[in-house]
Design a protein around this ligand. Structure first.
Ligand code: EPZ
Length: 422
């Protein structure tokens, strides 16, 4: 397994190009199942999760072709040969469950493995299944698989979500585009990836209103046409790289960054004394003077502070002036980066879903390891300003969600390299 070695202590200067959003691409790719016409996605990120989704869709009989070095993905599913998403793929990537809604809408049936637990939590699917049952699906759990059928097709309905689940909103939104009649999703997730999915579906002829708000209304149509759609900028990669100059010092311009995608996060940076400036090509970030100030963070569904930036924010707060309290309200176990940061000299106290960080002058490099994608990148960020060398192991987590992280950071002056594992 590869490792990444970071030598701390150099300020960062220059530009980092932000890629298309992993979490948008992972819901846009299954859209191909809703039509037999070609769907082309541009600005797709080059990540292992995208390849995993391509593998899953191919196993269902879709054709998926990466073009232009993976920046374009061409998909088409004339005739599906299977409606089963196997455990060995789903357990690798929970987003595989996003084929459930489209398969039900297109084929009237689906067999999708439950993902099983993952490092950050149990990740149940009850909100997905309750919502799809409201549209007329019958779903039962048998030997770890959800067996779903919609004998007489899906029918529009009012679908209240008990929690604004991103994935459940996406599954229902995709399924409802071909359901008979009107569907209203109540307490829908408002993430930018939902808006991106809706805008792609509208290009294909879907009738959707209210995406980005808590109430989405969909008029079912008989069929969808193909389309070409650009994947929205990755707000989590953006937030991650915005923190790099805050931790290491210097000034970095995140090309493609949009303030509206990271408003709650940018507000916290402002409170910490960080300068974020909108430029014609993106967002320029620098530490105003010396160490950033401590701030408190509570993770919430969009437009609140994103849980996917919590670990990275904690890495920054480890060397901020003062005490910060971070509350993780989305996942039940998303502080696994904390013990690793403590190995680097951070002063962190974790009590259930709350972590208290007391800033120290400087962290010390150490061999560290993380068990999820965002925790991994938070350790790289911490290493940028730590004294000495930090070796982050198990970087396959990183490659799921960050394309060429060592290239992007070394291009702005970081001393970072990938070491082939044994
Ligand atoms: C999406 O996961 C993202 N993944 C996650 O990003 C992100 O952290 C999450 O949304 C929250 O923003 C993709 O988009 C591929 P949820 P998702 O359904 O859809 C519970 C990353 O690092 N829940 O909004 O799975 C669930 O356990 C990943 O890129 C149920 O209880 O998130 C969690 O505690 C990590 N029952 C909370 O809701 C359900 O049926 C939020 O989950 C569904 C979810």
């Amino acid at each position: 397994m590869d490792s990444i070695i970071v030598k701390g202590g150099t300020e960062l200067h220059g530009q980092i190009h932000i890629a298309g959003a992993k979490n948008a691409a992972l819901t846009l790719m299954p859209v191909t199942l809703l039509t037999d016409e070609p769907l082309t996605l541009t600005n797709t990120p080059r990540l292992s999760d995208i390849r995993t989704m391509a593998q899953l869709l191919s196993s269902l009989g879709a054709e998926v072709t990466a073009l232009n070095d993976g920046r374009v993905v061409a998909l088409s599913s004339h005739g599906l040969t299977s409606t089963r998403a196997d455990y060995d793929i789903v357990r690798k990537m929970r987003a595989s469950n996003l084929v459930l809604g489209p398969l039900l809408a297109r084929e009237g049936r689906a067999v999708v493995s439950l993902p099983g637990g993952c490092a950050i939590g149990a990740r149940p699917m009850d909100i997905h299944t309750t919502a799809l049952e409201a549209l007329g699906a019958e779903i039962e759990l048998k030997d770890g698989y959800l067996h779903a059928v919609a004998k007489s097709g899906l029918k529009g309905a009012v679908v209240p979500l008990r929690f604004a689940s991103v994935g459940a909103t996406e599954n229902v939104l995709m399924a409802a585009t071909l359901a008979k009649g009107t569907t209203v999703i109540e307490n829908a997730a408002k993430e930018p990836e939902i808006v991106d999915l809706a805008s792609c579906l509208r290009r294909m002829g879907a009738q959707i209103e209210g995406d980005g708000t808590g109430r989405i209304e969909i008029q079912g149509v008989d069929r969808l046409s193909g389309a070409t759609h650009p994947v929205v900028t990755d707000r989590i990669e953006l937030g991650t790289y915005m923190l790099a100059p805050v931790i290491a010092g210097g000034e970095v311009e995140c090309v493609g960054g949009r303030l509206d995608l990271v408003a709650a996060f940018a507000e916290k940076l402002d409170m910490a004394g960080v300068q974020v400036e909108e430029t014609p090509v993106g967002l320029k970030v620098r530490r105003a003077n010396g160490r950033p100030r401590a701030v408190d963070v509570v993770t919430e569904p969009f437009p609140g502070f994103p849980t996917d930036l919590q670990a990275q924010m904690m890495a920054m707060l480890c060397t901020a002036e003062g005490k910060s309290v971070l509350e993780e309200r989305i996942f039940e176990n998303r502080f696994m980066h904390a013990p690793e940061l403590m190995r680097m000299g951070a002063d962190i106290e974790v009590q259930g879903g709350t972590a208290t960080v007391r800033g120290v002058e400087r962290l010390k490099g150490a061999p560290v390891m993380a068990t999820d994608l965002r925790a991994s990148v938070s350790l790289i960020l911490a290493g940028l300003a730590a004294e000495g060398e930090t070796q982050v192991n198990r970087v396959y987590h990183l490659d799921r969600g960050y394309e060429h992280v060592e290239e992007k950071l070394s291009a702005v002056g970081a001393h970072i390299e990938r070491v082939q594992g044994s």
